[in-house]
Write a protein that binds this ligand. Structure first.
Ligand SMILES: Cc1cc2nc3c(=O)[nH]c(=O)nc-3n(C[C@H](O)[C@H](O)[C@H](O)COP(=O)(O)OP(=O)(O)OC[C@H]3O[C@@H](n4cnc5c(N)ncnc54)[C@H](O)[C@@H]3O)c2cc1C
Length: 411
């Protein structure tokens, strides 16, 4: 069967990309290995996604937002970063941003379900989601792209788009090299009720030997707790009985949230960052985590995924309108340049932060304190970060700085 575009992966990014092309007249197939029942009603995977104002706008544009139930949305008013036994921390306050909140927290499964529903509601018949479709072989050259499924079915397309996760098999099959960074730690995600209300403030607490995050949820006394430890330490924690587990987590937060109680299953994710040397090759483009696999500490993976959808879909629709090929090398190279400029600085900064604040040796500890203290003093720095988070047209926290630096480049 022949298509204009074949997308591999119906994760949140693959579905948003398909939704961005719904109604365009392009024939789009989305191939997903999971069954349709899972796409329609995805299981809660524990992830709470912090969304910037730009992402919020894009989710409106793609028609997802009305499909997200209120109880799956939480206000992210302020964010605090703490180091060691620091009491004060570095506060990113909405007041310095000129907005009523820094962002939103939305459950990942709610985003996935909303993307599916938006596509069902607004698909003009040009997008087909093909479930139980595990891609086993891909090829792409100047004449077109081909995909073969594990069950032998074949699909031909003008353009192949990979949204098949940070461990993208199609990226590897088509020879795009990628830097993988294994942080040697895993994240444990669990929803907890706590005595002291969260006040819609998120915490990132770089303690010694562990990193804790607290993500406020819709209910004032419920948060998602994210714990970064070695795999062995997580296993030991998970072996505790219920009361000991609750007491252990409350103690990790120094009792600042009062008593705590687990109200969900625990989920684990290995910490691996991925950045490929390019986001395209002939008739092939990468989006979502297949393009940029972020460490979650700066909460930007899906935000970047939406940027990749926007940057690629915009160019494809523009080419279509002007009667130009949607797979043209120049179009893909322009997409690559835009997405690289939007993501590379924060990817590198995130890696640096994760390494520095995961290091407990005395010189690193001193540097950690120094960096946080400098952030406290430097109001312009905080405002720059918050402008990136809260401006609906800004593509990343340090976007203002990047644009400013571009203007200073010699021409
Ligand atoms: C703990 C944690 C917290 C996070 N917090 C945030 C946050 O606060 N803010 C934020 O912006 N981001 C966050 N992220 C990142 C965010 O979850 C990801 O960026 C996002 O889910 C990526 O979506 P995706 O569609 O690109 O990939 P995925 O969700 O990985 O989906 C890939 C899809 O491709 C399918 N697939 C793979 N291989 C094949 C194949 N061969 N054939 C057919 N189908 C295939 C898979 O089944 C899957 O459905 C977090 C991530 C983690 C792990």
């Amino acid at each position: 069967m022949s298509w204009d575009i074949v997308v591999i992966g119906a994760g949140p990014v693959g579905l948003c990309f398909a939704r961005a092309l719904a109604g365009s007249g392009l024939r789009v197939a989305v191939l997903e290995q999971q069954p349709g029942s899972v796409l329609e009603n995805p299981e809660d995977d524990g992830r709470e996604i912090a969304l910037t104002h730009r992402s919020h706008r894009l989710l409106h544009d793609y028609g997802l937002w009305p499909h997200i139930a209120d109880e799956n949305v939480a206000t992210l008013r302020d964010a605090v970063v703490l180091d060691g036994d620091d009491e004060q921390g570095l506060l990113f306050s909405h007041r310095e941003s000129g907005q009523s909140q820094l962002g939103w927290l939305v459950s990942n499964h709610a985003i996935r379900r909303a993307a599916w529903q938006a596509l069902q509601a607004e698909n003009a018949g040009n997008v087909e989601i093909i479930d139980n479709a595990r891609v086993a072989h891909v090829e792409a050259n100047a004449h077109g792209a081909k995909v073969r499924l594990a069950d032998g079915r074949e699909f031909a397309a003008e353009l192949l788009v990979a949204a098949d996760s940070r461990f993208s098999e199609s990226r590897r099959a088509l020879g795009i090299r990628a830097d993988f960074l294994d942080f040697g730690r895993s994240m444990l995600l669990v929803r907890m009720r706590h005595e002291v209300p969260h006040d819609s403030v998120s915490w990132e607490w770089f303690r010694y030997g562990q990193t804790l995050a607290l993500l406020p949820l819709h209910d004032a006394n419920t948060s998602s707790v994210v714990l970064t430890l070695t795999r062995a330490e997580l296993d030991a924690l998970l072996a505790l009985d219920e009361d000991s587990f609750n007491a252990d987590i409350a103690c990790r937060f120094d009792g600042r949230l009062g008593q705590m109680q687990r109200i969900s299953a625990c989920r684990q994710y290995p910490l691996v960052g991925v950045y490929p040397e390019r986001f395209y090759s002939t008739r092939f483009a990468l989006i979502g985590d297949a393009a940029v696999g972020m460490h979650p500490v700066t909460a930007h993976g899906f935000n970047f995924g939406l940027l990749s959808v926007d940057a690629l879909a915009r160019r494809i629709l523009d080419a279509l309108q002007h009667g130009e090929p949607i797979w043209h090398e120049r179009l893909l190279a322009d997409y690559d340049a835009e997405h690289r400029a939007a993501t590379r600085p924060l990817y590198l900064a995130t890696t640096l932060v994760a390494r520095l604040y995961g290091d407990d040796r005395p010189p690193a500890k001193a540097l950690r304190k120094l960096a946080l203290g400098a952030g406290r003093l430097a109001k312009p720095f905080r405002q720059l970060v918050m402008h990136g988070l809260t401006h609906p047209d800004e593509d990343m926290p340090l976007g203002g700085l990047r644009k400013w630096a571009m203007r200073l480049r010699p021409r």
